[in-house]
Structure formats: C-alpha cells, structure tokens
Design a protein around this ligand. Structure first.
Ligand code: NAP
Ligand code: 3JN
Length: 347
C-alpha cells in the first residue's frame, strides 16, 4: 500500500523511506509532509519486525513493507536510514532501478565518487549520474553550515571541536536508556540496565561515541574530521574533535574554535552568520541569549552564539553551535537534498 499525493498541476514523485520506523526514519516522514515535498506515492520499508504495521502520512495510514530483494520499486528518490549494512546492500539495487538514493549512513560517505552533501555548503556536488548521495554525520552537518560562510570570508586554517551529543543520535534505544534511567532515578532506584550505552547516561557524560580507532580517537570523531574536509573541499584542513554523549534527548551542541588566515572580528563574524543560509544567530550575552538544545529541538535552523575572540589564538574565534540532530543533522538535510534534486532539474 502506498499513498497518493493531493492532486496538483505540479510534477510529483515516487519516494521511498527505508528504516521508516526508526528515530530518523519517522522524522523523514514528518519532514516530507511538513515541507510539502511533492509526493505521488510514498513507500515505507523497515525490517520484518515492522512489516504490515502502518505509519501516518498526510492523513493516511501507509503500510510498512519488509525490505528485501523482491520488494524494490522503481521510484524517483529513496531515503535510507537503516544503518550502513542495509545501505551497502540495498542502495545500489534502488539506484539500479533508477532511484536517487539519499543515504544517511556512513556506508558511502568517504567513497570518492559519492557526493557528500550539505545544501548550504556544496549543492554543486550533485549530478545526474551520481545516483547515490551521502548525507553526512549529524555533528558534521551543523558544524559545516556555520563554518562555510566564515571560510568564504576569511579562510579557515584550523578547527577544534568538542561535541555534546543528544541520546537520540543513538536511535530509539538511546532514547529509551535516558528515559528509563531518569525514571528509575526519580523512583529512588539506580538499577536501570543500559540498553544502548556502555554506562548509565542519566546524570552522566560518556566521552565515547562509537568505537575507538588506532589513533585513540573514536569513529564519530574521525567522521567529523574526514567528512568536514570532503564537504568543504579542504583535504588538508587541520581539525581535531572530542565527541561526548550527554543526557539530552534532542539537539547536538558543539563548542568550536577556529583559526582564520585573514583577520575576522567578532562583529564581522556575527554579521556574516546573521545573513548565512540555514543559520539563526542567537548571541546577546547581556540578556543571557545563546543557543540551547531544549530551544533548538524540533527546529529546522542551526543556532550559533557565544561568538568571541579565542584568547589562546591571535586570529581565532570561539563559537557555540546547536541544532536538532534528527532534523538538520539527518532528516531535514536529506529532504533538502531531495528538494535540490528537483531544483537542479535532476528528477
Ligand atoms: P533506529 O531508531 O534504531 O532505527 C533503525 C531503523 O532501521 C528501523 O526503522 C529498523 O526497522 C530499520 N532496520 C533495521 N534492520 C533492518 C533490516 N534488516 N531491513 C530494513 N530495515 C531495517 O536508528 P536511527 O537512529 O533511526 O538510525 C538509523 C540509521 O540512520 C543509523 O544506523 C545511521 O546509519 C543513520 N543515522 C544517521 C545520522 C546522521 O548523523 N545523519 C544520525 C543518526 C542515524 P525495525 O523498526 O523494523 O527494526
Ligand atoms: O551518535 C550520534 O549522535 C550520531 C550517530 C550516527 C550513527 C549511528 C549509527 C551508525 C551513524 C552515522 O550516521 O554515522 C551510523 C553509521 O551509519 O555509521
């Protein structure tokens, strides 16, 4: 079963969401509806655990299909968020049937021929013959949206970042861990067993996101390094990250330190960011106005504030960047890529 779009003169498209029942997939469906993506038919896929259940879209109940080799439809756009293994296996099959695949996993991001796209930064990386398009990691997306306009103005020489990442970045099980542990704590018990994280996350911080690699960094930290370099076309950009899981449900926060080649004052940086696409400047320290995850949750913008001179570097600025990891960090960026495909006449 699939849905039929509201009749209109505009061209409409067949769209698939793979991993529809997940934390990201459900936001995909919400974003497609909220942004009125011109859908002819919507196809939802998940594992056999969800097959036959349905999810709401545009006042309809769309039934979920099990993803398998036999069920691949000919569609215009397929948005994947079911993990890298599923993407590796199924994205080429959807692409072979003519779909543009927008993949949220890390499966394809660092392949040379695969565009890794943030619409505000590198929309020119899309092209007709590149049917698989990678959506970057959430922490990377919100950072490059803010870095790009500053780079255009003053050329960024180095980046250091510490992230404060919400539990929803780890999917529905991450959300359950914080809910269950907070409830247990409130009931006077500390015995809720973690389902997703290696340690309790309620009232704690975990300085590990994903597994460690040989250089002592985590995979999440190296994703930030490698993906930022690729998206910004700065293969040698010096960049170092520390990624930390925090007991917040939604929105990743980042403390970022940049050094620039040309001088850039705090006032110039604020003026540039105030006009930059996708950014909302929230920076009035006298009134205690700055971005916070609770305020950014369910918003489509990337919020930047606390812009100040880095006291440890002559041409350095310090910024605080917050964005909803499930929206701009995942579903919204993917839907914006699909919108770009239309705008650029690729579908
Ligand atoms: P989640 O809440 O655990 O959801 C996982 C989704 O994958 C569910 O819809 C699940 O379906 C589906 N799935 C699992 N096994 C499947 C199979 N064999 N065939 C088809 N579907 C299958 O995880 P999430 O947070 O939504 O994240 C999903 C993926 O998105 C992650 O693994 C990651 O690759 C990507 N992601 C990207 C970002 C980003 O930074 N851009 C952020 C978070 C996640 P069932 O409900 O039927 O099990
Ligand atoms: O933990 C976060 O805040 C972001 C997590 C992203 C993630 C989680 C599981 C698998 C990814 C990703 O997008 O890089 C992946 C993956 O596809 O490797």
């Amino acid at each position: 079963m699939s849905s039929t779009a509201v009749a209109s003169n505009k061209k409409t498209y067949n769209v698939g969401v793979v991993g529809a029942t997940g934390a990201v997939g459900m936001e995909m469906i919400r974003m497609l509806e909220h942004r009125k993506f011109p859908i002819k038919e919507l196809h939802l896929f998940a594992s056999e655990r969800s097959a036959g259940k349905s999810l709401p879209f545009s006042n309809q109940a769309i039934s979920i299909k099990k993803l398998d080799n036999q069920s691949i439809p000919s569609i215009d756009v397929a948005i994947f968020s079911a993990g890298a293994t599923i993407s590796k296996q199924f994205a080429p099959l959807f692409a072979a049937k003519g779909a543009f695949v927008i993949d949220n996993s890390s499966a394809w991001r660092m392949e040379t021929e695969i565009p890794l796209v943030v619409p505000e930064v590198n929309p020119h990386h899309l092209s007709k013959d590149k049917k698989i398009i990678a959506n970057p990691n959430c922490s990377t997306i919100q950072m490059v949206v803010a870095l790009k306009p500053l780079h255009d103005a003053a050329h960024i020489k180095s980046v250091r970042v510490a992230t404060y990442q919400a539990v929803s970045g780890a999917g529905s099980k991450g959300i359950h861990d914080l809910e269950n542990q907070s409830r247990s704590w409130a009931n006077g018990s500390k015995n809720s067993i973690p389902e997703k994280f290696p340690y309790p996350i309620a009232f704690n911080l975990i300085p590990q996101i994903d597994s460690f690699v040989d250089n002592g960094y985590t995979k999440e930290e190296m994703k930030m390094v490698n993906e930022t370099r690729k998206i910004m076309e700065l293969p040698n950009l010096p960049l170092s990250a520390t990624c930390v899981r925090v007991p917040v449900f939604r929105s990743h926060s980042e403390a970022v330190w940049i050094e620039t080649e040309r001088a850039l004052s705090v006032e110039q940086a604020k003026a540039i960011l105030a006009k930059a696409p996708g950014i909302t400047l929230e920076d009035d320290p006298q009134k205690s106005i700055y971005p916070m995850p609770l305020n950014a949750a369910e918003k489509q913008s990337t919020f930047v504030g606390r812009i100040r001179q880095d006291l440890a570097s002559q041409r350095g600025l310090s910024l605080w960047i917050v964005s909803d990891n499930l929206l701009k960090g995942a579903a919204l960026n993917a839907v914006e890529i699909a919108e770009l495909l239309i705008k650029q006449g690729l579908i």
